[in-house]
Design a protein around this ligand. Structure first.
Ligand code: URP
Ligand code: ZN
Ligand code: ZN
Ligand code: ZN
Length: 476
């Protein structure tokens, strides 16, 4: 059935205007004022609300084995929570294992999502080695699966960490194939040394997680990755940037014209290192890698979002229950599973802390919560904006609602909320994906399995490669 959304204020990354939107066959077919209701169309009233493109979360870990356990949220609970929060697309990290075919890993990730996801999803592919087999298989995977972003971990020694040679070869391959290389930028070798030293000295509390991963080691790894990108004439996306040191390295590279992009997360914009010092082991709830930083870094992150040195917001959703999971690290902070529940509140926190508090504009909000991720990860213009021909992924957001974030009301399947007690302004009241309601008047009305897998486009080529056709959407 077709639909018409009336009386809302439409917001894109560039414009804010009063308009009605007609949706037919899951896509936006008209935008304008005083549009006639198509015969038989359902009328949706968005009076007093913003009409945003659906949020795109480029960084999630659902149903992921990590730290001797598996994340509390899977593709069903995680995507339902995402939808409640105004997110209509996620890109999750498909983990691979050395010596095993990449296709096996991708099949495993498909099996996790199929029949469960209620929003659309794609996968990034982890690269931990560049072997003859990988070189042979990767281009086919990119073609067949539409996976056009590759993740390299510079930390988590003896678990996920890859060496600099692997990162450099991945950058070269990405340049050739039109992929975006993503890095977790921390110096894993030095962190490993500092962690062992702290434990030897009997320093076992959660706060030592932060103290053994200082910002210098994030800045150093970010700078190193940026230099390797420059040398390879490739493109790099730094995930979960937390601190001024790393922002500075990204800025330095961009000023030279190197294609380096950066993402930060709601937790780094709102929480700080002191949370790891909470008594009764509660600090474990706030263990992320890289860690929460001293509060002054938040100004650097907001500033970088505003001036364009950082371009996107990922949730880095990676939830573990406090009971039974975070508790694995009692008496040894290095055994606390890293990560937290953030998929549901990413959108509203950015609106509330960013737009409502005057740190970013309404259009910048749309840009960082949706549009630029769609562009960087090969989904634009099908996703990431409101325009004729786009998927009707739409969030009707009431900016007048005041509420308090809490585990008591969230929809993630985890026993705490990282932002417990935070007062926020605004709430997604209805969410549509390809023209169908998933959330309607704050109620879940979707169905598991209705989310579609997204084959994504390649990263736009710089044009230097003979025989390669540049992607249609050249970017930022
Ligand atoms: O602590 C975090 N960030 N956990 C998720 C895995 C990662 O490094 O992104
Ligand atoms: Zn990471
Ligand atoms: Zn992550
Ligand atoms: Zn209202």
């Amino acid at each position: 059935m077709s639909k018409i959304i009336r009386n809302g204020t439409v917001v894109t990354a560039t414009d804010t205007f009063a308009a009605d939107i007609i949706i037919e066959n899951g896509v936006i077919s008209s935008i304008g004022t005083g549009l006639e209701t198509p015969a038989g169309a359902e009328v949706i009233d968005a009076s007093g609300c913003y009409v945003f493109p659906g949020g795109i979360d480029p960084h999630t870990h659902l149903d992921m084995p990590f730290g001797g356990t598996v994340t509390a949220d899977d593709f069903e609970s995680g995507t339902i929570a995402a939808a409640f929060g105004g997110t209509t697309t996620i890109i999750d990290f498909c983990l691979t294992s050395r010596g095993k075919p990449l296709s096996t890993a991708v099949e495993t990730w498909h099996a996790k999502a199929e029949g469960k996801a209620v929003i659309d999803y794609g996968f990034h592919l982890m690269v931990s080695e560049i072997t003859e087999d990988v070189l042979e298989e990767l281009p086919d995977i990119m073609d067949e699966e539409g996976i056009t972003s590759l993740k390299v971990f510079m930390a988590y020694k003896n678990v996920f960490q890859a060496d600099d040679g692997t990162l450099f070869k991945t950058l070269l391959l990405a340049k050739e194939q039109g992929a975006l290389v993503m890095v977790h930028a921390e110096n894993g070798d030095v962190i490993d040394f500092l962690v062992e030293k702290a434990l030897e000295e009997g320093n076992t509390d959660p706060i030592y997680h932060a103290l053994t991963r200082p910002p210098e080691l994030e800045g150093e790894a970010t700078g190193r990755a940026a230099y390797l990108t420059e040398l390879a004439d490739s493109q790099l996306y730094v995930v979960h940037v937390t601190c001024a040191e790393a922002v500075r390295k990204i800025e330095e590279a961009r000023r030279k014209g190197v294609r380096v992009y950066g993402e930060t997360c709601p937790q780094y914009l709102t929480l700080d290192q002191s949370y790891l010092d909470k008594p009764n082991f509660e600090g474990a709830k706030y263990v992320w890698s890289p860690p929460l930083r001293e509060k002054w870094n938040q100004d650097a992150l907001w500033g970088a979002l505003w001036n364009g040195q950082l371009q996107t917001i990922g949730s880095d959703q990676c939830s573990f229950n406090f009971k039974g999971q975070k508790e694995l690290g009692r008496g040894d902070f290095s055994k606390i599973p890293n990560g937290g529940p953030t998929i549901e509140d990413r959108f509203t926190i950015l609106y509330s802390e960013g737009v409502a508090k005057g740190k970013i504009s309404l259009n910048k909000f749309v840009d960082i919560i949706s549009t630029t991720s769609a562009k960087l990860f090969g989904l634009y213009p099908r996703k990431g904006t409101i325009a004729v021909g786009c998927d009707a992924d739409i969030v009707i957001f009431d900016p007048h609602i005041k509420r308090t974030l809490s585990a008591g009301t969230h929809h993630m399947k985890v026993d705490y909320n990282a932002f417990e007690g935070m007062s926020v302004t605004g709430e997604p009241v209805s969410v549509l994906i390809r023209g169908e309601f998933v959330i309607r008047d704050k109620q879940f009305v979707g169905s598991p399995g209705s989310g579609q897998y997204l084959h994504r486009g390649r990263f736009p080529q710089s044009g230097k490669l003979p025989g390669k056709k540049p992607a249609a959407n050249s970017l930022i």
